[in-house]
Design a protein around this ligand. Structure first.
Ligand code: GCB
Length: 884
């Protein structure tokens, strides 16, 4: 994003370059790019002539971050471009400002190193004045490296560490006398509000000014505070004499704002603080603008969060910075759009996880009234024996605070996510190391910022965190809780929290994470954890939100996560994607988003939550019925809802805990649903059109019109294949006149209803990850005709150790043992498949489809028979499609 919206504004508003004022422009266009681990520029240039042309923001894992089989590139990459530097730059200082580069970045100007930065998420700036040739072309080269490095956090985490110049890069020129740009990514001005009450607010400002000229300079630092309408509120000027080469610290105290307009989520009122440097003749030399939000707050162990004297429940989300096919490289508009979606959801807080995000996020939070916690990326592990690791952590903490010090939306600085939640046994000395590092980070955060709170997000192992001092040390204890997902029972959430609160009655606490995976293609009438159905995610958030709202001592809660994100080692319904988002990587809203809206939005709302489940299929229950009843969930903040189907009322329902469920008798074809709430004389409503494919009972009731059936064998969920517009139905036992399996059981991987294996040669993982074991036969009592019968297999059992990931291997999701499995398949007595040995003939976890054409005569229907030669037969999916 822009260096700061305010800085840009000053650039455009003061355009006379000769005046020596600051100029800012992006250097985003026209870079040449090449991936290479060679560390010598000249050698890299010889490697390849036709470097790829790219614009920034650029992420070199935008596509391979989604690569199915090979992980993503972690290594070196080079960028270069030529820039012409006009001779009028003679009396200017020139800087390059990087909003971030993951994760080690070195800048060369005309082949000479201008500086190196470590850490992938904070901003940094290099001065390049002395390296430039004026009135000539200059070669700018940047080496970025995202290799694993034992000294740079994060060492490990459930997200992909994508490389590149993935945020904006700026060229900035200033007068010889200027606000310091080389102070850890800050803009050189730091604003505080020592007192804020309803009656009055005071403001204090610190600035660092540098004189890079050869002569002593008498300057005036002039600061004005204007209100949101641009009207002057107060000003102050300070005369300073600054010697050549000196960095001068200024302090302006005692700004006072009577009857301040307070900042809050409901009224995110922003003042602007503009700080200028003027020379002895009164000419403007440099100018920085910062936002100012006036608010006071505290976190209370019993009453929760208190803003401007009033309790405010914080409910919001965690966010990562990914977009499909773009990796880390999002546009400013995309960043801002996420915060707008959060605001529209009714959320009032954001945990910026697990690292500092684009400055656009902070600006949007200021502007839209989102209370933010921000953190440095120490996740899971530390390198106990490395001083470099320690100093990198501390540097990141300084860079974080200095960059975002002036954002009124930031309330909490956090560090160290789930340091004991890995499978390694922890000895007392490990806990001591953690404690020591935590103390250093906490104290540097407090030294840098005396006003904000500190927080550590812990998880699961209460005693470990207690003994490592990670509960006592920060002012707020965060808990990441996944009971009902990784843990078995949803209600263990309340149990854990109430016990914690009893043990630590004086500790303010927030739920820093809670969430469940959901893939919009997966739908279930009998949801269970790890099935990745939208319905399980809904049930999970319904439970948590209610429990969180009922507990005033829980100051805030952040759903994990707002948007799905890339996590390389993970194999869920979409491999390498953590799908616990309330929104997909393409920003499609999932049902649970609307649950939050119902809880949080103040204006009346009603939403047919499952309107995204617009392609449904189902069977009529009897010969007499020409409909199929299926549940439709409505979320609302009103008391009562009436649902209409094709204009006819299905009755009214009382809304309980923001939810009402209607059993809707869907007919074949298009079904128009309208959920209506009356509020006095006003009406609010939500509309959905569901395309329903009704299977007659019996299947041959209308022989001429039977088209097809697709079955997700051995599964409790239906799967919608978007590309082929095809729904694979929940499996069922056979009953006469219908379809289904005659025997067998569902495959399970420990407590999971589906395999955690990535399946090769397909993108339809949710189809192949379930399986009916030893099905006997499948029967389809279809009318006479010619059919394509397709069978889909994948060998899910294997001796190969699954890739170890902290987040995949829960205690009971054990590694399966391979078995010998050979079987035959007959369709209506024809020996179609003989001696099928999936593992030997195709390999483990490989999608294996077959298709057969058969004639069905004499009302015999279709019978697909499985017979074992060794082990037990299996089937992952099957379909019958009528072609004549
Ligand atoms: C956690 C981690 C987060 C993971 C999340 C998950 O506790 O803090 O980084 O992504 O769980 O989805 O498992």
């Amino acid at each position: 994003m822009r260096l700061s919206l305010f800085l840009i504004f000053s650039f455009f508003s003061v355009t006379v370059f000769a005046q020596g004022n600051r100029s800012i422009q992006t250097l985003n266009a026209g870079w040449k790019f090449h991936k290479s681990n060679t560390s010598e520029l000249q050698a890299v240039l010889r490697e390849k002539e036709d470097w790829e042309q790219v614009n920034l923001p650029h992420c070199f894992n935008a596509e391979d971050g989604e690569d199915e089989k090979y992980g993503y590139y972690r290594g070196g990459a080079w960028y270069f471009k030529e820039i012409s530097i006009d001779s009028s730059y003679q009396n200017q200082r020139v800087f390059m400002y990087f909003e971030a580069a993951n994760q080690v970045c070195e800048l060369f100007v005309n082949g000479v190193s201008a500086g190196k930065h470590i850490g992938g998420y904070t901003s940094f700036c290099f001065e390049i004045t002395s390296l430039l040739k004026l009135g000539a072309k200059n070669v700018i080269t940047v080496r970025v490296d995202n290799s694993h490095n034992e000294n740079i956090p994060p060492l490990d985490a459930d997200f992909s560490f994508m490389g590149g110049l993935y945020r904006d890069v700026y060229l900035i020129t200033t007068n010889n006398v200027h606000f310091d740009l080389l102070n850890n990514g800050s803009n050189g001005v730091f604003i505080e509000t020592p007192t804020v009450t309803e009656q009055t607010a005071t403001v204090r400002l610190r600035a660092t000014i540098k004189n890079d000229g050869k002569a002593k300079q008498k300057i005036l630092q002039y600061t004005r505070i204007t209100d949101a309408g641009g009207k002057m509120v107060t000003t102050k000027s300070t005369a300073v004499t600054i010697l050549p080469g000196q960095i001068y610290q200024t302090e302006q105290n005692g700004f006072s704002i009577p009857n301040p307009h307070l900042w809050s989520p409901d009224s995110p009122y922003l003042y602007t603080v503009t700080t200028e440097i003027r020379d002895s003749k009164g000419h403007l030399i440099d100018q920085i603008s910062n936002p100012l939000g006036l608010r006071w707050y505290t976190f209370d162990a019993n009453k929760g969060f208190i803003l401007n004297g009033k309790p405010l429940k914080l409910i919001g989300v965690n966010r990562h910075q990914y977009y499909s096919h773009q990796g880390f490289a999002l546009s400013n508009e995309q960043h801002v759009h996420d915060i707008e979606l959060l605001k529209q959801m009714g959320g009032n807080c954001l945990r910026i996880a697990h690292y500092p995000h684009d400055p656009a996020i902070l600006e949007a939070c200021d502007r839209l009234g989102i209370i933010a916690t921000e953190e440095i990326p120490i996740v899971n592990y530390i390198n106990e024996n490395s001083n470099d690791f320690r100093s990198n952590c501390l540097n990141m903490a300084v860079e974080l605070v200095r960059r975002d010090y002036n954002h009124p939306s930031v309330f909490v600085w956090a560090y160290m996510n789930e340091m004991l939640n890995n499978n390694k046994p922890k000895k007392p000395e490990n806990l001591r190391h953690l404690n020591k590092l935590a103390i250093s980070i906490d104290s540097i955060l407090h030294k840098e910022d005396k006003n904000r709170f500190t927080m550590i997000p812990n998880a699961e192992w209460f005693e470990g965190y207690r003994d490592a001092g990670l509960i006592d040390l920060p002012q707020i204890c965060g808990w990441n809780i996944y009971e009902g997902w990784y843990g078995e029972k949803l209600s263990d959430f309340e149990q854990f929290m109430d016990t914690f609160h009893k043990k630590y009655p004086n500790k303010p606490v927030m739920i820093t994470e809670y969430g469940a995976g959901a893939d919009p293609r997966v739908r279930s009438f009998a949801p269970e954890r790890f099935d990745f159905s939208m319905e399980y995610q809904n049930a999970y958030h319904e439970h948590y939100l209610k429990a969180i709202m009922e507990r005033p001592y829980i100051a805030g809660a952040f759903a994990w996560a707002f948007v799905d994100f890339f996590a390389e080692p993970r194999v869920d319904a979409t491999p390498h994607v953590n799908n616990k988002g309330l929104i997909t990587l393409d920003r499609e809203l999932k049902d649970s988003y609307f649950l939050y809206q119902a809880y949080l939005q103040k204006s009346p709302m009603v939403s047919i939550a499952s309107k995204g489940w617009e392609q449904r299929e189902g069977s009529a229950a009897s010969m007499e019925e020409d409909f199929c009843k299926q549940p439709v969930t409505i979320y609302s903040n009103q008391l009562e809802i009436e649902l209409f189907l094709q204009g006819k009322s299905l009755g009214k329902k009382t809304v309980v805990n923001n939810k009402a469920v209607f059993e809707v008798p869907f007919a074949n074809g298009s079904n128009l649903l309208e959920a209506v709430c009356k509020i006095g004389s006003n009406v609010i409503k939500d509309v959905a059109t569901i395309q329903f494919r009704l299977w007659d009972f019996p299947l041959n009731k209308h022989p001429e019109s039977f088209p097809f059936i697709h079955v997700n064998a051995g599964s409790n969920y239906s799967y919608y294949d978007k590309k082929n517009h095809c729904t694979w139905m929940v499996d069922q036992p056979y009953s006469r006149g219908s379809w289904g399996y005659t025997s067998g059981k569902r495959y399970r991987a420990g407590s999971r209803p589906a395999s955690q294996r990535e399946i090769s040669c397909t993108k339809d993982e949710p189809l192949y990850q379930t399986q009916q074991i030893d099905p006997g036969s499948y029967r389809f009592d279809v009318p006479d005709g010619t059919y394509e019968v397709s069978l889909y297999f994948a060998e899910l059992l294997s001796e190969a150790q699954m890739q170890k990931s902290l987040y995949n291997l829960t205690a009971d999701a054990t590694v399966d043992k391979a078995v010998k499995r050979i079987f035959n398949v007959d369709i209506n007595g024809y020996p179609f498949l003989r001696n099928l040995n999936l593992k030997e003939q195709y390999g483990e976890a490989v999608a294996v489809p077959f298709k057969y054409i058969i004639d069905v005569r004499d009302s015999k229907g279709i019978e697909i028979k499985f017979s074992a030669l060794a082990g037990v037969p299996v089937i992952n999916a099957l379909s019958v499609v009528r072609i004549k």
